[in-house]
Write a protein that binds this ligand. Structure first.
Ligand SMILES: *Cc1c(COP(=O)(O)O)cnc(C)c1O
Length: 360
């Protein structure tokens, strides 16, 4: 019997997704930085992305980059979250290029790079409306001026990140602003920017639907490659696999129970007020997986099975169509939040396969 719960990761499907996006974006003059943060620095997945033609690997966590370095994954490593001051030494040692928004951090990176006789690439992130990370556009010139003056720092380019905190969509307007900022910097400082990084999986609609690309020449893609969907409306992307990664868990109890709890109702394990309507008797199954391993709202169950809720270690399902007996397994597709939790949980076994015959 296979271990449960487990993630089954089909590397050929991931290869297909990555390769398809790399090719489609190449036609638009855009390279792909493969984002590995949801995979906990998996060397197998990283290598698959590189085989599919991504130009660099991006991760938000230094630990993941260190893991990939240790596994000798041969790639340009990009830290796509601003470095912590407390991690500057590790960043200079293991990372080729980091995304930055604070000059204080870049100064520290420069000092450490000088001390260890290394050079470190810097991409400055610009705030264009989503109100997560980014330098305000009016402050960009000053930050670039000082960045250019810092020893052992290579100013590589600029980038922006949308659709994360506030769901602001990448569009002609904000992408043109980024292109114009690139032009302004080049003419002000007499330099050529190597990278103009337009965004993440949420940019695919903009990038592939014939819009004016301007100066954007790189996108950072994670979710679209792993889950096969765009992220503005979470619709499947044409020609990509949405089932490259599945979660299987095992039934540990199967009983017919009332749908309505009995007794005086207070808070649940996670502090919510329970909501139950009386639907008579229901066929309930419990899977041995919980909030510690997945986001129950992010599990997509097979048709005919409903996810009713979860505590730390128990996932409750209902089904009147399937016989979910003890020892049976149920497999789910996952959204990003369920995926990152499952990847991070030491209780979930990860199994890499290459089951697909699709070798495109
Ligand atoms: C996570 C992240 C990405 C990748 O986002 P996806 O939606 O997974 O494509 C890109 N850029 C930054 C800065 C990120 O933090």
């Amino acid at each position: 019997m296979m271990a449960a719960p487990r993630l089954e990761i089909d590397l050929e499907k991931i290869y297909h997704n990555a390769s398809s996006l790399v090719k489609r974006l190449a036609c638009r003059g855009i390279s792909v930085t493969g984002v590995t943060k949801a995979t906990l620095g998996s060397a197998e997945i990283a290598t698959t992305l590189l085989r599919a033609g991504v130009s660099a690997l991006g991760d938000s966590r230094i630990e993941n980059i260190e893991a990939m370095r240790l596994a000798q994954v041969p790639a340009t490593m990009v830290l796509i979250r601003s470095p912590m001051l407390s991690q500057v030494k590790r960043v200079i040692k293991h990372v080729d290029v980091s995304f930055n928004t604070e000059i204080e951090v870049i100064r520290k990176l420069s000092l450490e790079a000088q001390e260890t006789d290394r050079t470190h690439g810097v991409i400055l992130m610009v705030e264009l409306g989503d109100l997560r990370e980014g330098i305000m556009p009016d402050d960009l010139i000053d930050t670039v001026r000082e960045t250019l003056s810092l020893p052992n720092i290579l100013f590589k380019g600029i980038g922006t990140n949308l659709a994360c905190r506030c769901g602001v969509s990448p569009d002609g307007k904000n992408m043109t602003m980024l292109s114009e900022l690139a032009d302004t910097l080049e003419s002000t400082f007499g330099l050529t920017l190597e990278i103009i990084s337009g965004g993440n999986s949420a940019n695919l609609g903009w990038a592939l639907n014939g819009a004016e690309i301007g100066r954007i020449n790189d996108l950072r893609l994670g979710e679209a490659i792993l889950l096969g969907c765009e992220t503005l409306h979470r619709q499947p992307i044409d020609g990509l696999h949405t089932d490259a990664i599945t979660l299987s868990a095992e039934v540990i109890e199967a009983k017919v129970k009332p749908s309505q709890p009995s007794g005086k109702i207070a808070q649940t394990a996670f502090g919510e007020a329970p909501t139950a309507t009386d639907r008579g008797l229901v066929t309930q199954a419990i899977l041995a997986v919980g909030q510690q391993d997945i986001d129950p709202c992010g599990l997509i169950a097979p048709a005919g099975i409903d996810v009713m809720g979860a505590s730390s270690d128990h996932l409750i399902l209902e089904s009147d169509r399937f016989e979910l007996s003890v020892g049976a397994e149920v497999s789910f597709q996952l959204n990003y939040s369920a995926l990152v939790r499952a990847m991070t949980s030491p209780f979930v076994t990860k199994i890499m396969t290459s089951a697909s015959t699709d070798n495109d």
